[in-house]
Design a protein around this ligand. Structure first.
Ligand SMILES: [Ca+2]
Length: 384
């Protein structure tokens, strides 16, 4: 089958510029009608009289050559264009990526800036919370918070809670304490507070003896100071333990007499009659759990009544402090109370007891998970 292709003189300028093709110049700018057979060009005989070739107005071999040249030229241009396109695409992608990286860097620095601001703000809030108490009138002196309350009652209509300076009798120095003046009649000297778990209670004997933490927040006042507070002449102190569970149930345990011995006797605890809603975990259910009269123990001073070992929950225990997060307490084999555990560690692990422990406060037989506790003491009116 024969077919006719109409070749427009689109590439006439190229033709004109070619050397050795003078005869082409004779062409006017009309259409060139070329007939091709179905067979490939290379199979055509370039010379000889083939039927149908008469219709070629220019020699076919020249046309073929021109077309081939044109093809090479177009291919070359196409390759150049493709190369240029590839280059520009790569550049574009590089630019886009660089742009995105710049945007990411800006975002990242903004996030860092915001985080810094948040941290600054939260430390500001924390500081102002602390200062709210710290700035209060620490200049008010007394032997303890009950004494301060009695002294101020006649001059101040409402005595604020906060940090006050106390100077117990028979002591050559004064120290700061947190006084709760608006709880159950006020006059309470806080000797321990556990609220957020941010203060480390894994401490050696010296720290439990001297005290640690932040008076406005979590702290242990220190056994030496407590000894001086509760051993003043003609005074008797009650101990009040206020507990809050993780589901915001409150409870308490109160002892109508509380004092500790001196450090030479390892600050042994002495408790009066119990009253309250949380149960008497200090004494427990059995005599061997009774912590009343027990000396204090810490991770490095062992008075825990397990000498050399105790058998608790069918396990052998050498140190109650060790199995209770290296905290200090008046352990006795090891007992049912340790308020120096961590509120953060709410898991009721029967073996490693890390949490705040007051085992007699239960619901449906299960101990409450305690999230905060305060131990405070107040004078009891004595007849003489
Ligand atoms: Ca021991």
């Amino acid at each position: 089958m024969m077919w006719k292709t109409t070749v427009l003189l689109l590439f006439l300028p190229h033709l004109l510029s070619s050397t050795g093709t003078e005869n082409i110049k004779q062409l006017n700018q009309s259409e060139i009608n070329v007939e091709f057979s179905d067979a490939p060009v290379k199979s055509q005989k370039p010379t000889g009289a083939v039927k149908g070739w008469d219709s070629c107005s220019i020699p076919c071999d020249i046309t073929v050559k021109l077309l081939r040249d044109e093809k090479h030229s177009i291919c070359g241009q196409l390759q150049q264009s493709l190369l240029a396109f590839g280059r520009s695409t790569r550049k574009l992608m590089r630019d886009v990526m660089e742009e995105q990286q710049r945007a990411l860097d800006i975002l990242s620095s903004q996030v860092t800036e915001l985080m810094t601001k948040v941290q600054t703000l939260s430390s500001e809030v924390q500081r102002s919370n602390t200062e709210m108490y710290s700035i209060k009138p620490v200049q008010s002196h007394g032997r303890d918070c009950s004494d301060i309350k009695d002294n101020l009652m006649s001059v101040v209509p409402k005595i604020p809670s906060g940090i006050y300076i106390v100077h117990p009798e028979n002591m050559d120095s004064s120290f700061e304490v947190f006084c709760e003046m608006d709880y159950m009649g006020g006059g309470w000297t806080v000797i321990q507070r556990r609220t957020d778990g941010l203060t480390d209670f894994k401490r050696p004997w010296a720290d439990y003896s001297d005290g640690f933490g932040n008076l406005a927040g979590e702290h242990w006042l220190g056994l030496k100071k407590v000894f001086h507070l509760v051993n003043q002449k003609e005074t008797r102190f009650q101990l009040h333990i206020a507990l809050v569970s993780s589901d915001d149930i409150t409870s308490y345990a109160s002892y109508d007499d509380f004092h500790v011995d001196s450090e030479t006797q390892f600050f042994s605890i002495h408790l009066g009659r119990y009253a309250g809603s949380a149960g008497d975990a200090f004494r427990g259910y059995e005599q061997e759990q009774n912590q009343d009269t027990a000396p204090f123990s810490a991770s490095d001073v062992d008075n825990d009544g397990c000498n050399p070992f105790c058998s608790i929950d069918n396990r052998t225990v050498e140190s109650c402090s060790t199995i209770q997060n290296n905290t200090g307490w008046w352990f006795n084999q090891c007992g049912l109370a340790n308020l120096n555990g961590s509120p953060e560690d709410a898991e009721q692990n029967l073996w490693q007891k890390m949490h705040i422990l007051w085992d007699t406060w239960r619901q449906n037989g299960i101990p409450h998970t305690i999230k905060s506790v305060t131990m405070k003491i107040r004078r009891i009116a004595t007849n003489n």
